[in-house]
Ligand binder design. Structure first.
Ligand code: SAM
Length: 198
């Protein structure tokens, strides 16, 4: 099957970064698979589900407050969504957090390979970095309902999380939730929840 590094029309601004995104895609398809950071999948799947899905997190980040601060990617695995966002937002700092020592080690090597000065890697549990006044992102690490539980005691936190689009029935006095729906290619739709604790 042919591989097409497409970007949907909502992501036209990211086309300037295509070569850097393709370098990361290449790393995921080789080192990422060989070292168990991601499971073996077709090239197109890795592009659409990992790279394009991640870019939409970056698009959301452009429009939220706390936007000037460090962003934490919790349960980052092979750097998803943090690396594609960092590649396309060179002026913002991203901290990739994973509890797995071997994944953190490979991410540190990737940071050097891609010369990513706006990325740091933390080999810690996600719980250890959840604090007031911060912004968090996660893909396929935690459900939106568990995010609500984990941040309910915090203040002024934004958590952007991949979801299945289900209604969260959140406490509207405590939380503000915006549910985003977008395309990752010509046929597939994905969801991301933007959860704010007041
Ligand atoms: C299903 S993978 C998802 C990885 C990536 N976000 C993605 O979308 O492909 C979940 C990742 O979370 C990490 N993880 C599991 N428990 C964790 C914890 N308590 N704190 C931080 N990372 C954790 C695992 O090591 C793994 O890399």
């Amino acid at each position: 099957m042919t591989f097409e590094p497409q970007i949907p029309s909502w992501g036209n601004e990211y086309k300037n970064y295509l070569e850097r995104l393709k370098s990361y895609h290449d790393w995921l398809c080789k080192t990422g698979i060989n070292n168990g950071l991601i499971s073996e999948k077709p090239l197109q799947y890795i592009w659409d589900e990992f790279i394009i899905h991640s870019l939409y997190f970056g698009k959301i980040l452009q429009n939220i407050k706390n936007n000037d601060k460090n962003i934490y990617d919790l349960g980052t695995g092979g750097g998803i969504p943090g690396i594609p966002i960092a590649l396309t937002n060179p002026n913002k700092l991203f901290t990739l957090v994973d509890i797995s020592e071997s994944r953190a080690f490979e991410l540190q090597r990737l940071k050097n390979i891609l010369n990513l000065e706006n990325v740091e890697v933390l080999n810690k549990s996600a719980d250890a970095v959840l604090t007031n006044n911060n912004t968090y992102i996660s893909r396929c690490f935690i459900s939106s309902k568990d995010v609500l539980k984990n941040i309910k005691q915090l203040k002024n936190v934004t958590y952007i999380v991949s979801s299945n689009g289900e209604n969260l029935n959140e406490n509207k006095e405590k939380f503000h939730v915006k549910q985003e729906k977008f395309t990752i290619n010509s046929t597939n739709i994905r969801h991301i929840d933007v959860i704010n604790v007041k």
